[in-house]
Design a protein around this ligand. Structure first.
Ligand code: AP5
Length: 217
């Protein structure tokens, strides 16, 4: 399966992607995680991406599309992938369509996670992520680690993302509404979108998402 996950910052895309990717036996590809890995390794790409991410803006398409393409071409993504955070505007969606067409492939679905803005703010304010691997995500209330400040998965230190400050979150939400939401209509025109509520316990949302992707919702 080739799936795109879309939803506002804090909707739970990364949280759900981890479970869905495991259930569907496909890799979880997050452009946000790829950028954060580059930032922690202090690569040139990481230095460039950081300035945009800290301000809540999108990293330019020229670098983002190339990075996503390189990742999708890895052998583990040969039979499918779950994209989280890519595409994030219509030109990235067009580039993805073009990439897939060249390989004789197509997307199977776009899962749209709907969540009210006040819930997004609560989720982001309490989010803590692992310094060793930013795909390990916790919440101080909703998804507490066994030991405060320590990742249950790998023992890494948990911290609050720099782009989770109130001002930056406001900017990220604005960017989501103006630049990312239009991809939902773009994919609706291709009959690919299934929308679910991302409210409720994590496992309830996963069940809802699996049912929607398998056409049972
Ligand atoms: P990215 O890392 O993709 O951030 P985002 O889209 O803003 O999404 P988040 O990671 O904030 O939230 P999420 O939906 O994954 O929620 P999570 O599962 O963590 O991108 C960051 C930046 O990178 C962008 O701003 C941009 O600068 C750049 N970038 C990335 N991709 C790009 C692209 N394609 N083009 C250009 N630039 C790009 O959950 C949030 C919290 O809620 C967690 O604490 C979690 O434990 C908790 N939670 C989750 N589910 C539930 C639940 N059901 N109930 C209660 N709590 C829950």
């Amino acid at each position: 399966m080739r799936i795109v996950l879309v939803g506002p910052p804090g909707a739970g895309k990364g949280t759900q992607a981890a479970f869905l990717a495991k259930n569907l036996s496909i890799p979880h590809i997050s452009t946000g995680d790829l950028f954060r890995a580059n930032i922690s390794q202090q690569t040139e790409l990481g230095k460039l991406a950081k300035s945009y991410m800290d301000a809540g803006n999108l990293v330019p398409d020229e670098v983002t599309i190339g990075m996503a393409k390189d990742r999708m071409e890895q052998p583990d993504a040969e039979n499918g992938f779950l994209l989280d955070g890519f595409p994030r505007n219509v030109s990235q969606a067009e580039a993805l369509d073009e990439m897939l067409k060249t390989e004789g492939m197509k997307l199977d679905g776009v899962l749209d996670l709907e969540v009210p803005e006040d819930e997004v703010v609560k989720r982001i304010a309490g989010r803590r992520i692992c310094r060793k691997d930013s795909s390990h995500v916790f919440h101080v209330t909703y998804s507490k680690p066994k030991t405060d400040g320590v990742c249950d998965v790998c023992g890494g230190e948990l911290y609050q993302r720099e782009d989770d400050s109130e001002d930056t979150v406001r900017k990220r939400l604005e960017v989501y509404h103006t630049q990312t939401e239009p991809i939902i209509d773009y994919y609706k025109a291709q009959g690919l979108v299934v929308t679910i509520s991302a409210l409720g316990k994590v496992d309830e949302v996963t069940k809802r998402a699996m049912a929607a992707l398998q056409g049972d919702a």
